[in-house]
Design a protein around this ligand. Structure first.
Ligand code: NAD
Ligand code: UGA
Length: 469
């Protein structure tokens, strides 16, 4: 019987292992973490992350062949395959600060694996890491290995939050990279057999280690680039009278381009796009490729430009000041169907409005008040480094209120900013909202979710992304 252990019970480790346990009943899967609170939540009825379909999968397997534990060392020691799915944030200090990946958590996991192992193991990179990380990990493992054989595989994860369970059940592909030696190929085969329980074998791609590591960074860079491309077009649409939705539709009809991931927005967010592109940029610079680095850097610059543009539009349309004005923020999570607020564009937009002394009333169906307050008081890049978390600044607490529904948030507000595309924002009673707002009542739709013409008929002044006024 194969035993799997996954180090890191986060957004990737938890759902991925739950699906492996569901599809491979004969495999025992242990998910371990140093965070006691996270593991307790995984063992409770209130899972630590909100993800459609996750509760059902966990309930079906937990206690049978799926276990969540803080006993990291024992489970690692027992396992045949060890996945490492710890966070790999952007470095905040020292060489490469603000760009390079911080591999502290990865390295400490690798050292622990080397220390506690008593039998041969396959160690799987599940975290997103710089190209050539496997080489560094191999060094750590083999230098401490006491004769134990470790095979390193790269098996990056492509799930998106909000659709994680569906993405895991029906992946476009599974990617496994390994050494081109007989031992490396055997390790690839072992992991392939796990996925082959439910993924058609032709969708399991096997490559060398460096291709697998780089493909993950490349995939995220390509995806983010599409959003920056359409967002750059949205600025041109606003200047010319074209409508970005019509442009995206027309462009996406070309089968070589395709229709997905072309929604203009206030900007992309999430824990990975920016971090992984910065990491890619750093790798290019270290390899003497400044032109390639600059090319990818532009994807982030356009994203920052889009968020700034949004704030400037709010302030300039509201007579050049939002000082003392109540602005309702509808949606704070980085996308719908998740409570995750890591790198959400809402943080930059809210900070921009607070900088102009606005009073914010924030409603999100999933993001908690504690999380929102913490996000707004944290420095850039500190969110994934618990050690750096700063105390909240009293001024931002005073100017920010989190409320329990959209009607409360918009009561007496001068303007509304829609920052997450939650479905419920499409069907709000906008007549009621309009009646309870200050006039003129503004709507800035950062996700193009409302019917702007309908709202204008009610009396709102509506600004959408990339659309004529
Ligand atoms: P996360 O922060 O939610 O989870 C990481 C977990 O690892 C935390 O619970 C932390 O306590 C734990 N951890 C850190 N060091 C540890 C150690 N030494 N021993 C035991 N536990 C330890 O992160 P995540 O969102 O799950 O991302 C994990 C990795 O997967 C990152 O590299 C990320 O880039 C990548 N990734 C994320 C997504 C996503 O949608 N979130 C998708 C694909 C890939
Ligand atoms: C993304 C990738 O889609 C996953 O394949 C990858 O595994 C993951 O990053 C990762 O490595 O962490 P995720 O960030 O969870 O997944 O969510 P996405 O659906 O990609 O959305 C990212 C951001 O882009 C969100 O803020 C979303 O609102 C925005 N977006 C997305 C747009 O603004 N327009 C679009 O057309 C699509």
């Amino acid at each position: 019987m194969v035993k799997i252990c996954c180090i890191g019970a986060g957004y990737v480790g938890g759902p991925t292992m739950a699906v492996i346990a569901l599809k491979c009943p004969e495999i025992e899967v242990a998910v371990v973490d140093i965070s006691v609170a996270r593991i307790s939540a995984w063992n409770s009825d209130q899972l630590p992350i909100y993800e459609p379909g996750l509760d059902g999968v966990v309930k079906q397997c937990r206690g049978k062949n799926l276990f969540f534990s803080t006993d990291v060392e024992n489970h690692v020691s027992d396992a045949d395959i060890v996945f490492v799915s710890v966070n790999t944030p952007t470095k905040t200090q020292g060489l490469g600060a603000g760009k390079a990946a911080d591999l502290t958590y990865w390295e400490s996991a690798a050292r622990m694996i080397a220390d506690v192992s008593k039998s041969d193991k396959i160690v799987v990179e599940k975290s997103t890491v710089p190209v050539k990380t496997a080489e560094a990990i191999e060094k750590i493992l083999t230098h401490n290995s006491k004769g134990i054989n470790f095979q390193i595989l790269s098996n990056p994860e492509f799930l998106a939050e909000g659709t994680a369970i569906q993405d895991l059940l029906h992946p476009d592909r599974v990617l496994i990279g390994g050494r081109e030696t007989p031992e490396g190929q055997k390790a690839i085969q072992t992991l392939r057999d796990v996925y082959a329980h439910w993924v058609p074998v032709e969708q399991i791609i096997c490559t060398n280690l460096w291709s697998a590591e780089l493909s993950k960074l490349a995939a995220n860079a390509f995806l983010a680039q599409r959003i920056s491309s359409v967002n750059a077009m949205s600025a041109l649409c606003e200047a010319t009278g074209a409508d970005v939705t019509q442009v995206s539709h027309a462009v996406g009809k070309d089968t070589r381009i395709g229709p997905k991931f072309l929604n203009a927005s206030v900007g992309f967010g999430g824990s990975c796009f920016q971090k992984d592109i910065l990491n890619l940029v750093y790798i290019c610079e270290c390899n003497g490729l400044p032109e390639v680095a600059n090319y990818w850097k532009q994807v982030i610059k356009v994203n920052d430009y889009q968020k700034n543009r949004f704030v400037n539009r709010v302030v300039s349309s509201m007579f050049n000041t939002v000082s003392g004005k109540k602005i309702a923020i509808l949606g704070f999570a980085f996308k719908k169907d998740t409570g995750d607020t890591r790198e959400t564009p809402a943080i930059d937009v809210c900070k921009g409005l607070l900088g102009d002394k606005a009073h914010l009333s924030i409603y999100d169906p999933q993001a908690s008040e504690d999380q929102i307050q913490r996000d707004l008081s944290m420095k850039k890049f500190d969110w994934d480094h618990p050690i750096h978390l700063q105390p909240m600044s009293p001024s931002s607490i005073k100017q920010v209120r989190c409320v329990w529904d959209a009607y409360e948030a918009t009561k007496d507000a001068h303007g509304i900013c829609i920052l997450t595309e939650w479905d419920e924002f499409k069907t709000l009673d906008y007549h009621k909202i309009y009646d309870n707002m200050q006039k003129p009542a503004f709507v800035f739709d950062g996700r193009n979710v409302v019917d702007a013409d309908k709202l204008r008929k009610i009396g709102f002044i509506v600004y959408s992304i990339g659309k004529p006024l």
